[in-house]
Design a protein around this ligand. Structure first.
Ligand code: ASP
Ligand code: MG
Length: 439
């Protein structure tokens, strides 16, 4: 069975809901995860903001406004009175429920319940539409199987057990629809997997069901080999290894968040990124396959600070790196890149909240210097060390650009350069020209 996930823009209008319904009714039985209609979760966050501030009048104004919008959607989406009325009645009950929150104390717990309504509305609307079209679609309540444990982490064994029960209780169903994002915590309270969490839901359900594939449908064209906002003539990347995708995601590419695909990665389930606006485009498949001898893509991460500590005490000493890293640990600051020599260590960080304190403590071990406004350029592909020539190709492309640090060999899939932010565009273009013959 496949698991397909459609994001907020993919279900953002009645027409888009119809388009999605067409895409998911190809005769194959599948589980479809939906986000809230685009903008809805943001509105619910704002409504919660008013309720926190004990301002039910403003909250209700926004709720009424949102309700009007949904009422209009229902008029457009359904062709029969029966389904219009059935869905309007459902909406009414949910919006009345939202209005009732203004009467009592509003806490984090209530906010989670409010935020959950977006996905509850969208999945109900799409399931009703499918049923109106004569499809035997069943709406599965994600709150019955999506669960986090006492550490707030998804409880995969629980999810697997309960989603299977839910599916097996509808042997006649052609299609299953469920809510992304929402779950219950270990106490059974309504919770969520954090903003943008619907991808995570899809990945978890794919892993739970040992799905043949997880498809993530958005409004962009899969993964590009470079940033299309900066570089001319970028191309879609047809395939990425899980590790390549993780490196790219971390380094700012518009791709799934690494934690989102982790469950799929562990279970070895391919994840395919597809475009709702261009459904026949091949998109990008992320799986366990390493395409030998190929550089796949380049991405950049901004707002990086480099820190160098030079110390003669480091020479022939042991335990020096541990002392340095402990300082970063104390200030909960993660290090992205590290380069060492016999007399110095350079590191890069993106969170500079505690930089003055970190520098102060580092100074007890040596001379400290920093470079701000830097940027990491990450080149991803088959960069196994016994492949010859690939790291040279990347460095050759960077020959006119001042490079502060290079990191190679940390994984088999990556080489990173730390450069000045002002050189970013030039570097990305040069890498594109050299690595992807983009001239
Ligand atoms: N609706 C939620 C959000 O906007 C979850 C999602 O769309 O993935 O964050
Ligand atoms: Mg890191």
């Amino acid at each position: 069975m496949k698991v397909m996930k459609f994001g907020g823009t993919s279900v953002g209008t009645p027409q888009r809901m119809k388009d999605v319904s067409k895409l998911i009714t190809d005769g194959e039985r599948k589980l479809v995860v939906l986000s809230a209609m685009s903008g809805t979760t943001n509105s619910l966050v704002e409504i919660s903001g008013y309720l926190y501030k004990n301002n039910p009048a403003s909250a209700n104004e926004m709720i009424n406004h949102l309700e009007k919008k949904y009422e209009k959607h229902v008029e457009e989406l359904y062709s029969t009175e029966e389904y219009k009325q059935k869905t309007q009645a459902f909406l009414k009950s949910k919006f009345n429920y939202l209005r009732a929150f203004g009467k009592d104390l509003f806490t984090l717990f209530e906010e989670k319940v409010v935020l959950a309504q977006g996905e509850i509305l969208s999945t109900n609307m799409v399931t009703n539409y499918l049923q109106e079209q004569g499809v035997n679609a069943v709406l599965l309540d994600a709150l019955e199987f999506m669960r986090t444990d006492k550490n707030g982490e998804p409880d995969l064994p629980y999810i697997a057990k309960h989603v299977k029960v839910a599916i097996e209780s509808h042997p006649e169903a052609e299609l299953f629809i469920t809510q992304g994002f929402i779950c219950r915590n270990t106490y059974g309270e309504i919770d969520n997997l954090e903003r943008g969490g619907s991808d995570y839901t899809a990945s978890l359900l794919g892993a739970a069901l040992n799905a043949e594939e997880i498809q993530i449908w958005t409004d962009i064209d899969g993964m590009h080999n470079n940033d299309p906002r900066i570089v001319d003539k970028t191309e879609a990347v047809p395939q990425l290894h899980f590790e390549e995708a993780a490196e790219l995601a971390y380094f700012g590419a518009k791709i799934l968040h690494p934690t989102c695909i982790q469950p799929a990665t562990y279970a070895g389930i391919p994840v395919r990124l597809l475009n709702t606006m261009d459904p026949s485009a091949p998109g990008t498949i992320i799986n366990n396959v390493t395409e030998h001898g190929r550089i796949k893509a380049v991405a950049a991460k901004d707002n990086i600070t480099a820190i160098k500590i030079k110390s003669s005490r480091m020479l022939l000493a042991h335990g020096f790196l541990r002392k340095v890293f402990e300082i970063f640990e104390t200030y909960k600051t993660s290090i992205d890149m590290v380069c060492t020599s016999e007399v110095g260590v350079s590191m890069s960080i993106d969170n500079t909240k505690n930089l003055p304190e970190i520098i102060n403590e580092l100074k007890t071990y040596g001379t400290v210097t920093t470079d701000e406004n830097m940027c990491i350029i990450c080149v991803v592909g088959d960069l196994t060390w016994d492949n010859v020539g690939f790291e040279t190709l990347a460095t050759e492309a960077m020959k006119d650009i001042p490079v502060r640090m290079i990191s190679y060999g940390g994984s088999n899939y990556n080489i990173s350069f730390l450069i000045k932010a002002e050189d970013k565009k030039r570097a990305l273009q040069a890498l594109s020209d050299t690595l992807f013959n983009n001239k």
